[in-house]
Design a protein. Sequence first.
Length: 163
Amino acid sequence: MIEFLRSDDRLIHGQVQTKIIPMYGIDRVVAIDDNTAGNPALKRIFEMAAPQGVRATVSTFEDAKVYIEKAFLNSKKTLILARRPSTFVKVYEAFPEMPKELNVANIPHEDDSVQVALDIWIDHEQMEAIKKLDSLGVNIHFRLYPGMQGSSCYWKDVKDKYK
């Protein structure tokens, strides 16, 4: 069962470990990142970052498809992570039945990016991905972690500022 979808440049880190995993009762983490998956040392570090009892996998998008298909068929609560919203365009195109909620968290500032929320900067490529996700019916919320007070916003409420 797909329980939560999150775009975060840091993949598995403190907020995921201490807030998201316990809040949603996550049993399984599937992180999609081709670069991390291709670096055995880095992949191992990220997979070891999951709390005890939670299985984590860092995969390429192609390999992650198998884990996502399995998540639809079992009762293990699964968190899907990727560094950028653009990865989720591929996820939603491959799996239209995916829950239509996406949490976009930390994306660092780059030269051509605009700030949409606290610690969330969107460049042109990611802005186009967010617009595509919106057109696919995905409800996008910008927030560092669920339950965080005062800094959450929804794409539907701010999209007119970014035409």
